[in-house]
Design a protein around this ligand. Structure first.
Ligand SMILES: [Ca+2]
Ligand SMILES: [Ca+2]
Ligand SMILES: [Ca+2]
Ligand SMILES: [Ca+2]
Length: 474
């Protein structure tokens, strides 16, 4: 029935130049005309019309031709079948498996609530000593004391030392926010012994931390991106690398920026992981992307000349970025997201040239916070899931775009039941793909819940039911 309706619609579109946006009323009127014609025509004429109809229709349904966005209808997977098994992520290409997106996403198999851990914050005493602040001593809180608080979403909880037990890395801002003081970097072999920890002064406002093996020793390092002081004169900050094996930090300061976003991947294909970040603009630092090429032995060389055509205007002001090979040519492409802007810049001839950018459709008012990559429709191309805030952090919105090569189509409603919501400061910082409910398939899991969404106990995720994702808050 659906097939014949589609053929008929396709025929009408071709015959009358009607688009898929034509109202159902108009289409049913035309269907009525054809029905009436059939009644008054002889069988032989009817046969001619049907033949012409079939030829017209099939000429419009060539293999690989894409339906317009508005009529995308998903074939329904069998209920009870495993769609997007947990092994799907492992089928990614080697170049994509080396990205910080993959490494960081794979590090998550649970959401860790730092606010409820032994380290929800630190108190700095007048004697310059730090004490962990948590549920056991919360009665000691006093407004006149000096505190550092966990910056929601800026943590990694995974095995970094290789003993199979999870370790915690977390970032703490000096209270009150915004601050021009350096924050605190915490490392603890939390699952082995949460009473021991390493605490160091570090960057001023870490927004994103990602995992990558920068020195090819099969153990992951953490790369930290910071905006610096979030008030005038917005001076920017360095990029930092944490080496868990030595517990030492290295700072890359050749190009300071207001870095909300960053990513790591082997851009130039020499087997060494390179670092990319994107700076917002102020009087002190211009809007610009930045790149450090990994030269081995923990040496990084600033290489901003790999970007071409990027301006200092708002059109090139991005703060959510990832590296991922979107066109399958073995080179990582640059995913860029901001308010009202979503773009992939393909890597060609050794450059990220804006001339090779593809703009994805994005609804005005949406602002990209995070990306996830998976082949949702099983055609072999990797598709893009975005988490956005809407109307300046007064809600969240998921969007799923299928990758059709030079074009991306928004098919969110075919895959998610509840994909957006409004609420006071109710936004979501990150999305991860892992098996949240342990039933063998990947779920979409939210992390970093703000405003009304944060109630000190709930988790938000989209449960994978045979390939259809259902919103859950529990
Ligand atoms: Ca390493
Ligand atoms: Ca490289
Ligand atoms: Ca590519
Ligand atoms: Ca699952």
């Amino acid at each position: 029935m659906y097939f014949s309706h589609r053929l008929m619609t396709s025929f009408l579109i071709r015959l009358f130049g009607y688009s898929s946006k034509s109202s159902p009323k108009k289409i049913s009127l035309l269907m009525g005309i054809i029905h009436a014609m059939r009644k008054i025509l002889s069988p032989i004429n009817r046969l001619i019309i049907i033949t012409v109809f079939i030829i017209f229709s099939f000429s419009g349904c060539k293999k690989n031709e894409l339906p317009p966005d508005e009529v995308f209808v998903r074939s329904i997977p069998l209920v009870g079948s495993i769609v997007y098994s947990t092994s799907l992520l492992d089928s990614l290409s080697p170049i994509n498996k080396n990205t910080s997106w993959y490494n960081t996403n794979k590090a998550f198999d649970e959401i860790f609530d730092v606010k409820k851990s032994l380290f929800s914050g630190f108190e700095l005493t007048p004697e310059n000593k730090f004490y962990p602040f948590n549920y056991s001593n919360e009665n000691s809180w006093n407004a006149s004391k000096n505190y550092y608080w966990f910056n929601l979403g800026s943590y990694i909880y995974t095995d970094l030392t290789g003993d199979g037990k999870k370790d915690l890395w977390a970032y703490y801002l000096k209270n009150p926010w915004p601050t021009n003081a350096r924050g605190l970097h915490l490392f603890s072999e939390y699952q082995t012994d949460s009473t021991h920890y390493d605490l160091q002064y570090g960057l001023t406002e870490v927004r994103k931390c990602v995992l990558s093996d920068l020195d090819n020793d099969k153990k992951k390092e953490i790369v930290l991106f910071s905006t610096g002081y979030d008030a005038l004169p917005f001076p920017g900050d360095s990029i930092a690398i944490f080496y868990p094996s030595t517990r030492k930090y290295k700072y890359l300061s050749a190009d300071r920026g207001y870095f909300q976003g960053g990513a790591v991947g082997d851009i130039n294909g020499d087997g060494l992981q390179d670092i990319i970040a994107y700076s917002g603009g102020s009087k002190t630092v211009p809007i610009h992307p930045t790149a450090y090429l990994n030269k081995g032995n923990s040496n990084f060389q600033l290489a901003n000349n790999i970007f071409r055509g990027f301006t200092e205007t708002n059109d090139d002001n991005f703060y959510t970025i990832e590296l991922f090979d979107m066109n399958g040519d073995g080179f990582l492409d640059l995913m860029l997201g901001a308010r009202d802007r979503l773009r992939v810049v393909l890597y060609k001839t050794g450059l990220f040239n804006k001339a090779n950018a593809i703009n994805l459709p994005i609804l005005p008012g949406l602002e990209v916070m995070d990306f996830a990559f998976l082949d949702f429709d099983g055609d072999g191309s990797l598709d893009i899931l975005t988490m956005n805030n809407k109307n300046i952090y007064q809600g969240f919105a998921l969007r799923l775009y299928l990758n059709r090569g030079t074009k991306f189509i928004d098919v969110t409603k075919e895959y998610f039941d509840v994909f957006e919501s409004s609420g006071k400061n109710a936004w979501i910082k990150w999305i991860h793909l892992f098996d949240y409910d342990k039933d063998g398939d990947l779920d979409v899991v939210a992390d970093g819940l703000y405003g009304e969404l944060y109630d000190n106990k709930s988790k938000v995720f989209w449960e994978n039911n045979s390939g259809f994702f259902k919103y859950k808050k529990n």
